[in-house]
Design a protein around this ligand. Structure first.
Ligand SMILES: CCCCCCCCCC(=O)SCCNC(=O)CCNC(=O)[C@H](O)C(C)(C)COP(=O)(O)OP(=O)(O)OC[C@H]1O[C@@H](n2cnc3c(N)ncnc32)[C@H](O)[C@@H]1OP(=O)(O)O
Length: 229
Protein backbone atom coordinates (compact mmCIF):
# COMPACT_ATOMS: atom_id res chain seq x y z
CA UNK A 1 0.00 0.00 0.00
CA UNK A 2 1.32 3.43 -0.83
CA UNK A 3 0.80 6.32 1.56
CA UNK A 4 0.92 10.03 0.89
CA UNK A 5 3.56 12.05 2.70
CA UNK A 6 2.81 15.45 4.19
CA UNK A 7 3.75 17.67 1.26
CA UNK A 8 4.81 21.08 2.55
CA UNK A 9 5.61 22.49 -0.86
CA UNK A 10 2.17 21.62 -2.27
CA UNK A 11 -0.13 22.72 0.55
CA UNK A 12 1.85 25.07 2.78
CA UNK A 13 0.94 28.69 3.41
CA UNK A 14 3.52 30.69 5.37
CA UNK A 15 1.96 32.71 8.22
CA UNK A 16 4.62 34.89 9.85
CA UNK A 17 7.25 32.16 10.05
CA UNK A 18 4.86 29.40 11.09
CA UNK A 19 3.51 27.42 8.17
CA UNK A 20 -0.13 26.46 7.61
CA UNK A 21 -0.05 23.00 6.06
CA UNK A 22 -3.28 21.22 5.21
CA UNK A 23 -1.94 17.72 5.49
CA UNK A 24 -4.66 15.71 7.30
CA UNK A 25 -3.91 14.82 10.91
CA UNK A 26 -3.87 11.07 10.31
CA UNK A 27 -1.19 11.51 7.65
CA UNK A 28 0.81 13.80 9.95
CA UNK A 29 0.59 11.18 12.71
CA UNK A 30 1.68 8.41 10.38
CA UNK A 31 4.63 10.35 8.97
CA UNK A 32 5.65 11.48 12.46
CA UNK A 33 5.80 7.86 13.62
CA UNK A 34 7.98 6.96 10.63
CA UNK A 35 10.42 9.82 11.24
CA UNK A 36 10.44 9.15 14.99
CA UNK A 37 11.48 5.60 14.28
CA UNK A 38 14.33 6.81 12.06
CA UNK A 39 15.43 9.33 14.71
CA UNK A 40 15.52 6.57 17.33
CA UNK A 41 17.92 4.56 15.21
CA UNK A 42 20.08 7.62 14.46
CA UNK A 43 20.14 8.33 18.21
CA UNK A 44 21.48 4.80 18.72
CA UNK A 45 24.03 5.50 15.98
CA UNK A 46 25.23 8.65 17.78
CA UNK A 47 25.67 6.75 21.04
CA UNK A 48 27.41 3.86 19.27
CA UNK A 49 29.74 6.24 17.40
CA UNK A 50 30.80 7.84 20.68
CA UNK A 51 31.36 4.57 22.50
CA UNK A 52 32.67 2.24 19.80
CA UNK A 53 36.09 0.67 20.16
CA UNK A 54 36.11 -1.21 16.83
CA UNK A 55 39.31 -1.00 14.81
CA UNK A 56 40.02 1.91 12.45
CA UNK A 57 39.50 -0.07 9.22
CA UNK A 58 36.02 -1.10 10.40
CA UNK A 59 35.23 2.54 11.28
CA UNK A 60 36.15 3.54 7.70
CA UNK A 61 33.91 0.81 6.22
CA UNK A 62 31.00 1.83 8.44
CA UNK A 63 31.46 5.47 7.48
CA UNK A 64 31.29 4.58 3.78
CA UNK A 65 28.04 2.69 4.39
CA UNK A 66 26.63 5.66 6.28
CA UNK A 67 27.66 8.09 3.52
CA UNK A 68 25.57 6.02 1.11
CA UNK A 69 22.55 6.12 3.45
CA UNK A 70 22.85 9.89 3.88
CA UNK A 71 22.87 10.28 0.09
CA UNK A 72 19.65 8.21 -0.12
CA UNK A 73 17.92 10.40 2.47
CA UNK A 74 18.99 13.54 0.61
CA UNK A 75 17.36 12.47 -2.66
CA UNK A 76 14.24 14.29 -1.39
CA UNK A 77 14.48 16.88 1.36
CA UNK A 78 13.25 20.27 2.56
CA UNK A 79 15.22 23.33 1.36
CA UNK A 80 15.99 24.36 4.97
CA UNK A 81 15.01 23.68 8.58
CA UNK A 82 11.70 21.95 9.33
CA UNK A 83 10.05 24.91 11.10
CA UNK A 84 6.64 24.71 12.74
CA UNK A 85 3.56 23.59 10.83
CA UNK A 86 -0.10 23.32 11.72
CA UNK A 87 -3.24 22.20 9.93
CA UNK A 88 -6.91 23.19 9.99
CA UNK A 89 -7.49 21.01 13.08
CA UNK A 90 -4.67 22.93 14.83
CA UNK A 91 -2.54 19.77 14.93
CA UNK A 92 0.94 21.30 15.08
CA UNK A 93 4.26 19.65 14.39
CA UNK A 94 7.85 20.80 14.68
CA UNK A 95 9.84 17.73 13.80
CA UNK A 96 13.23 19.48 13.81
CA UNK A 97 12.94 21.11 17.26
CA UNK A 98 16.25 20.83 19.14
CA UNK A 99 14.64 19.55 22.34
CA UNK A 100 11.53 17.62 21.34
CA UNK A 101 11.53 17.31 17.55
CA UNK A 102 10.25 13.86 16.58
CA UNK A 103 12.65 13.66 13.62
CA UNK A 104 15.63 15.13 15.46
CA UNK A 105 18.06 12.53 16.77
CA UNK A 106 19.94 15.25 18.67
CA UNK A 107 16.81 16.00 20.72
CA UNK A 108 16.77 13.80 23.87
CA UNK A 109 13.68 13.87 23.11
CA UNK A 110 11.68 15.64 25.79
CA UNK A 111 8.07 14.59 26.49
CA UNK A 112 6.50 17.34 28.59
CA UNK A 113 3.53 16.53 30.83
CA UNK A 114 1.26 19.48 31.68
CA UNK A 115 -0.30 19.42 35.15
CA UNK A 116 -2.43 21.79 37.23
CA UNK A 117 0.58 23.42 38.91
CA UNK A 118 3.16 23.27 36.12
CA UNK A 119 4.98 20.85 33.87
CA UNK A 120 7.33 17.94 34.34
CA UNK A 121 9.28 15.54 32.15
CA UNK A 122 11.23 12.37 32.84
CA UNK A 123 14.11 11.51 30.56
CA UNK A 124 17.34 9.58 30.38
CA UNK A 125 20.48 11.31 29.06
CA UNK A 126 23.29 9.18 27.66
CA UNK A 127 26.84 9.69 26.44
CA UNK A 128 25.86 12.26 23.79
CA UNK A 129 25.04 14.82 26.48
CA UNK A 130 28.25 14.60 28.52
CA UNK A 131 30.15 17.66 29.66
CA UNK A 132 32.35 16.97 32.68
CA UNK A 133 33.16 13.24 32.91
CA UNK A 134 29.95 11.33 33.61
CA UNK A 135 27.97 14.53 34.03
CA UNK A 136 25.49 16.43 31.86
CA UNK A 137 26.91 19.41 29.92
CA UNK A 138 25.77 22.66 31.54
CA UNK A 139 24.49 24.00 28.24
CA UNK A 140 22.34 20.91 27.79
CA UNK A 141 20.82 21.47 31.24
CA UNK A 142 20.04 25.07 30.27
CA UNK A 143 18.51 23.97 26.96
CA UNK A 144 16.23 21.45 28.65
CA UNK A 145 15.12 23.91 31.33
CA UNK A 146 14.59 26.66 28.75
CA UNK A 147 12.21 24.41 26.88
CA UNK A 148 10.15 23.06 29.76
CA UNK A 149 9.97 26.50 31.37
CA UNK A 150 8.89 27.99 28.02
CA UNK A 151 6.17 25.38 27.66
CA UNK A 152 5.06 26.14 31.20
CA UNK A 153 4.89 29.87 30.43
CA UNK A 154 3.03 29.20 27.19
CA UNK A 155 0.57 26.88 28.98
CA UNK A 156 -0.63 25.54 25.59
CA UNK A 157 -2.56 28.76 24.93
CA UNK A 158 -0.15 31.64 24.23
CA UNK A 159 3.25 32.37 22.70
CA UNK A 160 6.01 33.32 25.13
CA UNK A 161 9.69 33.74 24.27
CA UNK A 162 12.60 33.35 26.66
CA UNK A 163 13.72 36.83 27.73
CA UNK A 164 16.13 36.03 30.54
CA UNK A 165 17.18 32.65 31.90
CA UNK A 166 19.29 32.40 35.08
CA UNK A 167 20.88 29.05 36.02
CA UNK A 168 22.22 27.87 39.37
CA UNK A 169 24.29 24.70 39.05
CA UNK A 170 24.17 23.36 42.62
CA UNK A 171 26.05 20.14 41.91
CA UNK A 172 26.93 17.96 38.95
CA UNK A 173 24.01 16.39 37.09
CA UNK A 174 24.81 12.71 36.46
CA UNK A 175 24.05 11.16 33.08
CA UNK A 176 21.12 8.78 33.41
CA UNK A 177 17.53 9.23 34.58
CA UNK A 178 16.46 12.80 35.40
CA UNK A 179 13.29 14.70 36.18
CA UNK A 180 12.61 18.25 34.98
CA UNK A 181 9.99 20.41 36.69
CA UNK A 182 8.73 23.94 36.09
CA UNK A 183 6.02 26.19 37.45
CA UNK A 184 4.79 29.75 37.03
CA UNK A 185 5.80 31.99 39.94
CA UNK A 186 3.94 35.16 38.91
CA UNK A 187 2.87 37.25 35.94
CA UNK A 188 3.28 40.98 35.32
CA UNK A 189 1.73 42.31 32.12
CA UNK A 190 3.35 40.43 29.25
CA UNK A 191 6.06 38.94 31.51
CA UNK A 192 5.73 35.45 32.96
CA UNK A 193 8.17 34.49 35.72
CA UNK A 194 8.92 30.77 35.81
CA UNK A 195 11.01 28.58 38.14
CA UNK A 196 12.48 25.27 37.02
CA UNK A 197 14.69 22.49 38.30
CA UNK A 198 16.50 19.29 37.37
CA UNK A 199 16.47 16.44 39.88
CA UNK A 200 18.68 13.33 39.79
CA UNK A 201 18.74 10.35 42.14
CA UNK A 202 20.45 12.32 44.92
CA UNK A 203 18.25 15.43 44.74
CA UNK A 204 18.12 18.78 42.90
CA UNK A 205 21.18 19.48 40.76
CA UNK A 206 20.15 22.62 38.81
CA UNK A 207 17.68 25.41 39.54
CA UNK A 208 16.63 28.11 37.11
CA UNK A 209 14.60 31.30 37.07
CA UNK A 210 13.25 32.66 33.81
CA UNK A 211 11.40 35.68 32.48
CA UNK A 212 9.31 34.74 29.46
CA UNK A 213 7.77 37.55 27.43
CA UNK A 214 4.64 37.42 25.32
CA UNK A 215 5.31 39.43 22.16
CA UNK A 216 3.21 42.58 21.83
CA UNK A 217 -0.09 42.18 19.97
CA UNK A 218 0.51 42.19 16.25
CA UNK A 219 4.12 41.11 16.60
CA UNK A 220 3.47 37.44 17.31
CA UNK A 221 4.65 34.71 15.05
CA UNK A 222 1.19 33.80 13.82
CA UNK A 223 1.29 30.32 15.27
CA UNK A 224 -1.72 28.52 16.59
CA UNK A 225 -1.90 28.54 20.37
CA UNK A 226 -0.41 25.11 20.79
CA UNK A 227 2.43 25.42 18.30
CA UNK A 228 5.75 24.85 20.04
CA UNK A 229 8.87 26.89 19.33
C1 LIG B 1 3.15 25.24 23.59
C2 LIG B 1 4.28 26.17 23.30
C3 LIG B 1 5.61 25.65 23.79
C4 LIG B 1 6.69 26.67 23.66
C5 LIG B 1 8.01 26.18 24.23
C6 LIG B 1 9.08 27.19 23.99
C7 LIG B 1 10.33 26.80 24.67
C8 LIG B 1 11.53 27.49 24.05
C9 LIG B 1 11.61 28.94 24.41
C10 LIG B 1 12.70 29.60 23.62
O1 LIG B 1 13.80 29.13 23.58
S1 LIG B 1 12.29 31.02 22.72
C11 LIG B 1 13.83 31.36 21.85
C12 LIG B 1 14.78 32.20 22.66
N1 LIG B 1 14.24 33.54 22.88
C13 LIG B 1 14.22 34.46 21.90
O2 LIG B 1 14.68 34.23 20.79
C14 LIG B 1 13.61 35.79 22.26
C15 LIG B 1 14.29 36.93 21.52
N2 LIG B 1 13.81 38.21 22.04
C16 LIG B 1 12.59 38.71 21.66
O3 LIG B 1 11.88 38.17 20.81
C17 LIG B 1 12.13 39.94 22.34
O4 LIG B 1 13.25 40.64 22.85
C18 LIG B 1 11.14 39.66 23.49
C19 LIG B 1 9.86 39.01 22.93
C20 LIG B 1 11.75 38.76 24.59
C21 LIG B 1 10.74 40.98 24.16
O5 LIG B 1 10.44 41.90 23.14
P1 LIG B 1 9.29 42.97 23.32
O6 LIG B 1 9.46 43.96 22.23
O7 LIG B 1 7.95 42.29 23.44
O8 LIG B 1 9.68 43.60 24.74
P2 LIG B 1 9.39 45.04 25.26
O9 LIG B 1 10.61 45.89 25.08
O10 LIG B 1 8.09 45.57 24.68
O11 LIG B 1 9.21 44.78 26.82
C22 LIG B 1 8.04 44.19 27.35
C23 LIG B 1 8.33 43.88 28.82
O12 LIG B 1 9.22 42.72 28.85
C24 LIG B 1 10.45 43.10 29.48
N3 LIG B 1 11.52 42.46 28.72
C25 LIG B 1 11.83 42.68 27.43
N4 LIG B 1 12.87 41.92 27.06
C26 LIG B 1 13.22 41.20 28.15
C27 LIG B 1 14.21 40.26 28.39
N5 LIG B 1 15.05 39.87 27.42
N6 LIG B 1 14.30 39.74 29.62
C28 LIG B 1 13.45 40.11 30.60
N7 LIG B 1 12.45 41.02 30.41
C29 LIG B 1 12.35 41.56 29.21
C30 LIG B 1 10.53 44.60 29.38
O13 LIG B 1 11.33 45.14 30.41
C31 LIG B 1 9.08 44.98 29.52
O14 LIG B 1 8.71 44.92 30.89
P3 LIG B 1 7.72 46.02 31.52
O15 LIG B 1 6.38 45.76 30.84
O16 LIG B 1 7.70 45.73 32.99
O17 LIG B 1 8.30 47.36 31.16
Amino acid sequence: MTSRRPSPEASAVNVGGVVRDDTPTDEVDRREAVLESLAGTVRELIDAAIRTTVEDAEVHRIRADLDALVARLRTAQLPGPAGIRYNAELRSWNWGNAVMGAANAIAPPLRVVHGPSGCHADLVLGAAYEGPPGLVHGGVSAMLLDHIMGETASAMRRTAFTGTLTMRYRRGTPLGPLRLEAGIVREEGRKIFVAGSITAAGGVTVEADGVFVQPAAGTGDGSPQQAST
